[in-house]
Design a protein around this ligand. Structure first.
Ligand code: NDP
Length: 310
């Protein structure tokens, strides 16, 4: 019997997902909400921030897959059915994220923003490069994406520390865990990379006190969710010079509002939430495998714990 997977995303084009999933699952039709008709038996959903009321229209769902890694957009919804929710777990997504983090950290480690400013002023501005092992990078969150980025930074020779909720052991990385370890961890991080999920515990975790604990002139890279950082405290620290710069891919409100101070700050690089995206060719294999598992009565892999928030 043919089943239907409903695909809902305002940012991802459906066609590559349709092609990749239908090739792997010949008895599953991939439909957008507009394409669904009375003959569709909607069993699976692949979603990125679906509109309010979306799930109530599909009472036969057996598996919801998030078209990404963060579950925050689904937490707290009252229309979510009582079925497993899985995230994408895709090495290609981790690779794309690692590239972004590596770019942002290398840009600071090699003083590139200072050279960009000097060039605009027509000024020859020599800064003697530091060795990577002297540069202390901190990664907040050592999950699938955070762990991969931290390992690559260590492979590049940086002095890397990481912080997570539960204790971790990653080769070449000084691992710290739990709330008491946060401030000492921040105090040693001259480049801080934020890779935490947005949960009730992490919302605005990086506020004025946490930012003050960073060394003066520290650089911050946020690729997780905007609301993990108190944006007003961030702007104040960038304006005062306590923070030397920030590379921001995510914001409390997206798109970043017209006229927001972050748009025009000299020491800020803004990118529009694309540090990593879901890649159909590789991620479809995981989704297909989970559908096979659900059909066989097995629990899907890479489940999100909605009570925990990630
Ligand atoms: P995971 O869920 O795999 O890992 C989360 C990590 O954060 C874990 O190490 C976890 O600790 C840690 N953590 C969670 N809560 C706390 C807490 N209260 N205190 C300390 N540590 C905590 O996430 P990923 O690495 O896959 O992704 C991270 C985030 O990146 C996603 O949630 C998403 O929001 C964002 N993202 C952004 C993208 C972009 O384009 N900008 C693209 C994809 C993802 P523990 O290991 O102990 O569980």
């Amino acid at each position: 019997m043919t089943e239907t997977l409903v695909f809902a995303s305002a940012v991802d084009p459906v066609e590559p997902w349709r092609a990749a999933l239908e090739a792997l699952l010949p008895d599953v039709r991939v439909r957008t909400p507009d394409e669904i008709g009375p003959g569709d038996d909607v069993r699976y959903a692949l979603v990125w921030k679906p509109p309010v009321g979306f799930f109530a229209r599909h009472p036969g769902l057996r598996l919801v897959t998030i078209l990404g890694a963060g579950a925050d957009a689904l937490v707290g919804r009252d229309d979510l059915p009582d079925v497993p929710v899985a995230r994408l777990s895709d090495p290609e997504m981790a690779r794309m994220m690692t590239h972004y983090v590596l770019f942002a950290v290398l840009r600071y480690a090699r003083d590139i923003p200072a050279f960009e400013a000097a060039q605009r002023a027509g000024r020859w501005h020599y800064v003697h490069p530091r060795e990577a092992r002297e540069i202390r990078v901190g990664v907040l969150g050592l999950g699938e994406l955070g762990g991969a980025a931290a390992l690559e930074l260590a492979r590049q020779g940086f002095s890397v520390a990481g912080w997570s909720r539960t204790p971790k052991a990653l080769p070449g990385i000084a691992c710290h865990a739990g709330p008491d370890a946060l401030i000492p961890f921040l105090a040693r991080s001259e480049i801080l990379v934020v890779m935490l999920p947005l949960t009730p515990e992490t919302r605005r975790l990086i506020g004025a006190d946490a930012i003050a604990a960073l060394p003066r002139g520290a650089k911050l890279v946020n690729v997780s969710r905007g609301a993990v950082i108190d944006e007003a405290a961030l702007v104040a620290a960038l304006a005062s010079g306590h923070l030397g710069g920030a590379t921001l891919d995510v914001f409390e409100t997206e798109p970043l509002a017209e006229g927001h101070p972050l748009w025009t700050m000299e020491n800020v690089l803004v990118t529009p939430h694309l540090a990593s995206v879901a890649i159909p060719a590789s991620a479809a294999r995981q989704i297909a495998e989970n559908i096979r598992r659900v059909r066989a009565g097995q629990p899907p892999e890479h489940r999100v714990d909605l009570a925990r928030g990630y």
